[in-house]
Design a protein around this ligand. Structure first.
Ligand code: OX2
Length: 818
């Protein structure tokens, strides 16, 4: 039974009056948004209450997804869809004279993440709720999420993000579940009468963790799980135990302002070690979350720890939460007074770890000295874990000290470092990579000796995306068409899309499909005009690259190719190409100079190309500012060509590649990450694969790569790079773009841009040809949508359930939707 339009209208008005204290005549879109959220939230909270009660009654085993990032985006449209209330709300608001689309635009994105890793966590908790699996997401309640990007004279400017300045209608504060977290101080060794040793940590400071719950509504609206985010606050009392210890003063302890811990998300995708506050953030949310899990466990099982590992599994989203491992050991050994072996047995049956990258700069290492200062007891525990592990290594490879040095958690050197990746592998019962190729490289290159030691530990779970947000909600036109062809249950069973394949060559269906694409392109063209003033032709190919800006993702390869096209057009006004619009969306880490230079260069080249009458409509370049989840939702349905052009071996998986293909884009890409599996699914005729493989890259590296060979041998490459040094794109400022040339020539082109340029350019010529054959292109596009079933995050979650978590679903009784 579902609420009627009239009743929903009444609910919105009721909230306008009694929740917001305003009325229909005064309300602006923001007020309508809040009132609509409040009306939906009635269902959300009822579902949440039922779910928690059902899980408690059934004493379910649950997965706890520990992640420093959850990139949720907007929630209203999602929650409405999942309760099946979208059309009801649309109609109700219409009768009130309000446009739902405008109301949805009022919601700020919840941008508590950087990119793929954070968005994956958001897709996963959507799937977990949809599949009725008992699960909690645990993370940090950042006051400021990822910075807002503005473009001023072509350059990126960072502005603070304030997603909850005017209140967030979804979150619920739970002061009854506040936790306390200790930091700094020293460890006292106590000797018992029976000769036993006990360690006591006397912290230098204590902070409070306040939980905020964001309900996560599964599709169908039955299970409503929660995402619990911790906010730091000064503790009510300061237990300065240190003073009792003879006035010992920790140098830093007074400087720590408790509130700063959850103030801001670190804006680096894939790197951020060495920062004290970052380590404190990580420990803060892990400690709060573990204590929360233990509190819930004890409510059902008291002090009997024997069932803990049966009830609890914790997934570590990269090494960011790895400090949870010694924290659980500390709680079990120092607090619960279990012996080490019992505690270690529990701990190593509870944790599982996902590796998301092979990039050396992203493999977290913390100076031992920093750990000693902030978490002195944890460093001791890490040493103990390592000591016992070294004995195990010695059994397998007796006397092999180089093996020990390689496998040790501690990296010796001028500065002793703690390797969080090693700690995670040693402390977990399963370790997974995020795509077939990546998992193979994890086994072969990153952790080969761990694989030899524990052959069953390393596994693969290929990433996925939720089709509810990334097709149903973001692309209503295509969803409607798909509904008609394969039925309406594809959001729960994405393999159903395969039913489209048999219509791929059907003229009428091709026409309907491509007319949807055309409409979506028009919507994006409007958005582009509104935000940049650039007019684009929807008959042109919409070629899109959206992802964080990083050298390994090679936005500069795309840029060099754009410059090549521009040059070809200038040299030959009749240069034969189908008109193309190159569209970018990307944020650069504020401290990543070259990434910011690349954004600047894209904008400067865009200025020139877009305003050159000799180019006409053939070529346009658009950089859309402030790329984020809600902007992705507008760009993805409109894409013709999806750029997935990372250096082979560098992109662990990618998930944008899946979203774009699902929405009927054809990929141009390298054999990297999940591109490999996308190619397997769609077949080589329906994807443009180019460039070096991982093996090619390794061979070239081994033989000594010299980018200058390509510069001198390929006249076009030379001309383009030299162009960057002139003031052609930056009038009056020669050299403003030179850092890109320098990185490619003088700094050795670490990501093999020049080596792959010609293959990329040739592949783009093939793309151009294919697009001009309308029937052929439509067929490719349909096949791409049809064959994306594998990449639903429901499949990823099922893989985790089967290979890692061993979890049962738990049915929650359907509520009456109000
Ligand atoms: C990203 C990876 O770069 C990307 O390839 C992958 O799809 C995504 O994680 C989800 O698995 N930070 N972000 C990533 O890795 C790290 C570390």
């Amino acid at each position: 039974m579902k609420i009627s339009k009239g009743d929903f209208k009444a609910a919105i008005i009721r909230h306008l009056h009694s929740t917001l204290g305003t009325d229909e005549n005064k309300a602006n879109n923001h007020a309508w948004w809040k009132a609509t959220c409040a009306a939906i939230q009635e269902n959300v909270l009822e579902g949440l209450r039922r779910t928690q009660k059902t899980h408690y009654m059934n004493d379910t085993r649950a997965v706890h997804y520990f992640s420093a990032e959850f990139l949720m985006g907007r929630l209203l449209s999602n929650n409405m869809q999942n309760f099946g209330l979208y059309d009801v709300a649309h109609g109700a608001l219409k009768e009130l004279g309000v446009e739902l689309a405008d109301v949805l635009e009022e919601e700020p994105d919840m941008a508590l993440g950087n990119g793929g890793l954070g968005r994956l966590a958001a897709c996963f908790i959507d799937s977990l709720a949809t599949m009725e699996l008992p699960a909690i997401g645990y993370g940090i309640h950042y006051e400021h999420g990822l910075f807002r990007q503005e473009i001023k004279s072509g350059a990126q400017i960072e502005r603070p993000d304030s997603w909850r300045d005017y209140g967030n209608p979804w979150e619920i504060c739970r002061p009854e579940s506040i936790q306390e977290v200790s930091l700094f101080g020293y460890v006292e060794t106590k000797y018992g009468d029976n000769g036993g040793i006990k360690k006591e940590w006397h912290p230098g400071s204590i902070v409070k963790g306040v939980p905020w719950d964001i309900p996560v509504v599964g599709y169908g609206g039955k299970t409503v799980n929660v995402l619990r985010l911790w906010q730091s606050e000064a503790s009510d009392y300061f237990n300065w135990d240190v003073f009792n210890a003879g006035g010992y003063v920790d140098a830093q302890r007074e400087n720590i302002q408790a509130e700063t811990i959850s103030k801001v998300l670190y804006p680096n995708d894939e790197t951020e070690a060495g920062k004290e506050l970052r380590l404190i953030q990580q420990y803060f949310f892990c400690s709060c979350s573990l204590k929360d899990i233990i509190r819930r466990y004890k409510r059902a099982h008291g002090d009997d720890w024997s069932r803990f590992k049966e009830q609890v599994v914790i997934q570590l989203n990269d090494t960011h939460p790895a400090i949870a491992i010694p924290e659980l050991m500390r709680i079990l050994v120092d607090r619960a007074e279990l012996d080490w072996d019992t505690a270690w047995d529990i701990s190593t049956h509870v944790f599982a770890y996902t590796n998301h990258t092979l990039l050396p700069e992203a493999l977290e290492k913390w100076p031992a000295r920093m750990l000693e200062k902030i978490l002195p007891r944890h460093l001791e525990i890490i040493y103990e874990i390592n000591h016992r592990f070294m004995n195990e290594v010695d059994k397998k490879w007796p006397g092999d000290n180089s093996k020990k040095a390689k496998l040790s958690i501690i990296e010796e050197g001028p500065e002793k470092m703690v390797r969080m990746g090693h700690l995670s592998v040693i402390g977990s019962f399963k370790v997974n990579g995020v795509a077939e190729l990546h998992s193979r490289l994890v086994k072969e290159n990153l952790f080969p000796d761990f694989d030899a030691l524990w052959p069953d530990k390393l596994t693969n779970v290929t990433n996925g995306i939720t089709p509810r947000r990334w097709l149903k909600a973001c692309n209503p036109l295509l969803s409607e068409l798909v509904d008609k062809k394969v039925g309406e249950d594809w959001p729960l069973n994405l393999k159903k899309l395969e039913g489209l394949a048999k219509h791929a060559t059907n003229k009428t269906f091709q026409k309907s499909f491509m007319s949807v694409k055309q409409k979506n392109k028009q919507l994006l063209a409007d958005e582009i005009y509104a935000s940049t003033g650039i007019q684009v032709d929807t008959n042109a190919i919409f070629d899109i690259q959206i992802k964080r800006l990083h050298e390994y993702k090679r936005q500069h390869l795309n840029l060099l190719h754009i410059m090549a096209l521009y040059r070809r057009i200038l040299e030959n006004p009749d240069y034969d190409m189908h008109p193309r619009v190159f569209i970018f969306g990307a944020k650069a880490a504020p401290g990543y100079k070259l990434a910011k230079d690349i954004i600047f260069a894209i904008n400067k080249v865009a200025d020139k190309v877009n305003n050159d009458p000799r180019v006409g409509n053939k070529l346009k370049v658009v950089f859309l500012p402030n790329y984020r989840v809600s902007l992705a939702e507008k760009m993805i349905p409109a894409c013709d060509v999806s750029e997935q052009i990372s250096t082979a071996g560098k992109e662990a998986s990618g998930t944008g590649n899946m979203k774009l293909a699902l929405n009927g884009a054809v990929t141009i890409g390298t054999l990297d990450g999940a591109n490999v599996e996308i190619a397997e699914e769609v077949g080589e005729d329906n994807i443009f694969i180019f460039g070096m493989t991982v093996e090619d890259v390794n061979a070239l590296k081994a033989s000594g790569y010299n980018p200058k060979d390509y510069y001198y041998k390929d006249a076009e490459i030379k001309a383009i790079l030299d162009w960057l040094e002139t003031d052609y794109f930056t009038p009056g400022k020669p050299g403003a773009l030179v850092s890109i040339k320098q990185s490619l020539l003088d700094l050795g082109d670490p990501f093999f841009v020049l080596a792959d340029f010609r293959a990329y350019s040739d592949a783009q010529i093939e793309v151009d040809k294919a697009y001009r054959d309308k029937a052929r292109w439509a067929e490719m596009v349909i096949i791409n949508t049809a064959m994306m079933g594998k990449f639903t995050s429901d499949r990823s979650i099922q893989d985790y359930v089967d290979r890692v978590w061993r979890l049962d679903s738990c049915a929650v009784e359907q509520q009456k939707i109000r």
